[in-house]
Every structure is written in structure tokens, then in C-alpha cells.
Design a protein around this ligand. Structure first.
Ligand SMILES: [Zn+2]
Length: 349
């Protein structure tokens, strides 16, 4: 059976909308709420887990071997660790990234009272005219990076008066750019690219009035970047989980920005051989160009479920993302390939 057609515009606009919603791990409610509305628009019933993740259940032609897909809406970010005597903020990272990847980036601080205050992340000795070689040579670490707020403050007292406190979440500006040539350049394509692909696949099924082979849970995770996102939130009779997360592009990798990748091994070890092979067969069968790859420094929400005791087959697929956990980029071809492979999996007996 040929795959149903995918609404490419929907895929792209869903991605851009999601990218523009700040959602560092622990502060992802707005992205979850946005996804709820997207599911409402597709007429799909959904539920929030107690931990704050979102699940939607697609009825299947059968339910003797229920399946699930998981993608995460939470992203890298930071939290206010200290308010410095100069009124600037020292941060603590949320998720795994290097400070230089966000140096000079705009950011927003979310206060407890609901205020959003803009700023940017800079080296403590940022001006080349003042600090000379220090700008080059300083090691980028928690102590040498600070947020300069776009407010008149020069003391901890003045900053506190703005409503800022230790524990406030900080999100880095995604800087979303969509090019004529089909690239999407933005922070946090990990993993909003895959959430958009999952929603576009659900819409393609609805538009074509098709039913998945098995009852399938769409799981939208909210704590992936810290390692335990999809540890919970699946039905007890689940038999298979496909994590949908970005593929790592770089020297020595087969993954690129134009293909969906099936990841067969990462830092957590090999994925389920049988399920990975079935996904390769499905890609072959539907003429979906794909790559098979291994990611050297990577963990997924599929492994989070395995570690939590999930007794299911687990595989990992996703679009190639260049400069992951940095200023990322992918291409529509990889997003479409990922969406098609999701559809092939959903429909296959
Ligand atoms: Zn991810």
C-alpha cells in the first residue's frame, strides 16, 4: 500500500511554531499545551501524565501488540544559579551542552510572577577593548559566563526588584530561519523536528482516513534532555517503542541533513535488532532513502524506558541534524523522510 501524502506546509509551520515556544526541561508546559491544541485540531484525544508529558492514543486495526512513538518537546536551557553583586546572573546548565555554543545568544528569564525579562549570555570579560586577549583565552565555564539583563540594574538588589530569583528558568533564543533552499536553521530542532514529524504523520493518517495497524500511543516527552523523559507514560501492554529523535551529523557519521537515520547503537548500547531491521525493511519497501548510523555520545528516551524497566522492543529513528546541541540545522528532505518512515511503521502489520 502506498503511503498517504504528507502536508508539507503543516509539517513546517508546526515545527516553526514549536521552535518559537521556550521550553527548557522542567519548564516545557507551554510546548506541551501547544501540542495539546495541535492534537485537538486533529481530533485526537489526549491525556497528560502526572509528570507532565502528553500522550495521545491512535486506535488500531488490532491491539494484540500495541506500539508507541516518543518525541520530546523539552530542550536545552538554563536556570538562575546566583544573582551576582553586579546585578548580572550566573547560570546552571539544563542538559548537556558547552557554554560556547550559546555565547552571545539572546535569552529570556522567566520570573516566578510570570514576567519575562530579556538579556544575553556573555563572557564575564566580554569586551575585547577592555580585556584584550582574555576574550580569546578564557575557559568557558559556569564562573566565566553571565547573563546581562536588558534592564537598568547594577546590583543584586536591583535585579531582585525585577522579580528575578534563584531557580528562575532561562531559555536561549532559537533564532529560527527557514531558507528558500529548504533548510531550517534553529536551536532546539532536537527534538521539535521529530514532534512536528509525529504530528504531521498523525495528520496524514487523518486526512487519508487511515487506521494504524496496532493501537499506537504518541508520547510527547518533557524531561528527555536530563535522561528520564520517557521512563514513564506508556500503557502496560506496550510491546514496541520507537523513539523519534535527531540523528547526529559530523565526521565519520553516515547521517546527513537530507535523510532519516535508523540508529542501531549509541552510548546506551545496541537498539533492538529485530525492530531496527524491520524499520530498514519498511524504508526499503516504501523507497524511503535512509541511513544507518551509530552515535558516539548520545542517549535517547527509548533507553530511558528500557532503564526504567520497560519490557519492550526499542528502536531509534530521526532526521539528520547538523551541529547538534549547538546552532542546529536540518533540511525538509530529512523531515519528510522521517515522517514517511513513521507512517510506514504506523501502517505496517
Ligand atoms: Zn533529543
Amino acid at each position: 500500500m502506498p503511503l498517504p501524502s504528507i502536508d508539507e506546509q503543516y509539517l513546517l509551520s508546526t515545527l516553526v511554531d514549536l521552535l518559537n515556544i521556550p521550553s527548557p526541561t522542567g519548564f516545557a508546559d507551554a510546548a506541551i499545551a501547544w501540542t495539546e491544541q495541535a492534537l485537538d485540531a486533529l481530533g485526537l484525544p489526549h491525556e497528560r501524565t502526572r509528570k507532565g508529558a502528553l500522550t495521545a492514543t491512535l486506535a488500531g486495526r488490532a491491539q494484540d501488540a500495541p506500539r508507541a512513538l516518543t518525541g520530546h518537546v523539552d530542550t536545552l536551557g538554563a536556570m538562575v544559579k546566583e544573582i551576582k553583586p553586579n546585578g548580572r546572573l550566573k547560570l546552571t546548565k539544563i542538559g548537556g551542552f558547552a557554554w560556547n555554543t550559546v555565547e552571545g545568544e539572546g535569552c529570556r528569564v522567566f520570573t516566578r510572577s510570570g514576567r519575562t525579562i530579556a538579556g544575553s549570555l556573555l563572557l564575564t570579560q566580554a569586551s575585547g577593548h577592555v580585556y584584550g586577549q582574555a576574550v580569546n583565552k578564557t575557559l568557558r565555564e559556569d564562573a566565566t559566563m553571565e547573563v546581562r539583563l536588558d534592564e537598568r540594574t547594577a546590583s543584586a538588589e536591583e535585579t531582585r526588584a525585577l522579580g528575578i530569583e534563584v531557580g528562575d528558568f532561562v531559555a536561549f533564543d532559537p533564532r529560527v530561519v527557514v531558507t528558500e533552499s529548504g533548510f531550517i536553521r534553529s536551536r532546539h530542532l532536537d527534538d521539535k523536528a521529530c514532534v512536528a514529524a509525529m504530528l504531521a504523520a498523525a495528520k496524514a493518517l487523518r486526512d487519508a482516513d487511515l487506521t494504524p495497524a496496532q493501537r499506537t500511543t504518541l508520547h510527547f516527552s518533557n524531561y528527555e534532555e536530563v535522561g528520564h523523559g520517557a521512563a514513564a507514560g506508556f500503557p502496560p501492554d506496550l510491546t514496541e517503542l520507537v523513539a523519534v529523535d535527531m540523528a547526529a551529523v559530523g565526521a565519520g557519521q553516515t547521517s546527513d541533513e537530507f535523510h532519516v537515520t535508523i540508529c542501531v547503537k549509541d552510548s546506551g548500547g545496541p537498539y533492538h535488532h529485530g525492530l531496527s531491521n524491520r524499520l530498514r525493511d519498511l524504508a526499503d519497501e516504501h523507497d524511503i532513502p535512509y541511513r544507518v548510523d551509530i552515535y558516539p555520545y548520545y542517549g535517547s528516551d527509548g533507553e530511558a524506558f528500557w532503564r526504567a524497566g520497560g519490557d519492550v522492543k526499542v528502536a531509534l529513528i530521526g532526521p539528520g541534524v547538523d551541529a547538534s546541541h549547538n546552532y542546529e540545522r536540518t533540511h525538509m528532505d530529512a523531515l519528510m523522510g522521517t515522517t514517511r518512515l513513521i507512517l510506514a511503521y504506523l501502517l505496517a502489520d
